[in-house]
Ligand binder design. Structure first.
Ligand code: FES
Length: 161
């Protein structure tokens, strides 16, 4: 079934196209908008974006595979990006990543069985002075310890007491 945006997002699309000098330049913001609705970039989404931006599906596929923020398969309700770059690594991101994997019962790149969390690694997320850190959806969590991670996850799963 072909992909279609909601009426509200169609209005946003018109706004996006009005801000760029040509349709090709709107490819990335349009992909973000589609992902916001669909959760990931399916073949149908690639077809949709290619048609709207008047480019080939190969071009859109190239964009999607280049940027890690585009999901190439279905993901959990919340996406956890744990930074593994140098500043965070020196401040214990390995321990945080191990803790997250143990607590969630998944490896990096996997989604929990309940579909709540997808755990991923990120390159520097520009919060180097507050490492170790992770990004959950659009929220930064900094100066992490295993205890802080537990509290954050418990709040997200509604288990906080
Ligand atoms: S190294 Fe982790 S945010 Fe920059």
């Amino acid at each position: 079934m072909p992909f279609a945006l909601s009426t509200e997002r169609e209005r946003e699309t018109a706004d996006i196209f009005s801000r760029y000098p040509n349709k090709l330049a709107a490819c990335i913001p349009l992909l973000h908008l589609c992902q916001e609705q669909n959760g990931w970039i399916s073949d149908e989404v690639i077809q949709f974006v290619a048609e709207r931006c008047e480019v080939s599906t190969a071009h859109v596929q190239g964009v999607v595979t280049f940027y890690t923020l585009f999901n190439q398969k279905p993901v959990g309700k919340h996406q956890i990006w744990v930074c593994r770059t140098l500043s965070c690594a020196l401040r214990g991101s390995d321990q945080i990543a191990r803790h997250l994997q143990k607590k969630l019962g998944v490896h990096i790149g996997e989604t929990t069985k309940d579909g709540l969390f997808t755990l991923r690694e990120a390159e520097c997320l520009a919060a180097c002075g507050q490492g170790p850190m992770m990004l959950i959806d659009k929220t930064y969590h900094e100066n992490l310890t295993p205890e802080k991670v537990d509290k954050i996850l418990d709040e997200l799963t509604g288990e906080a007491k």
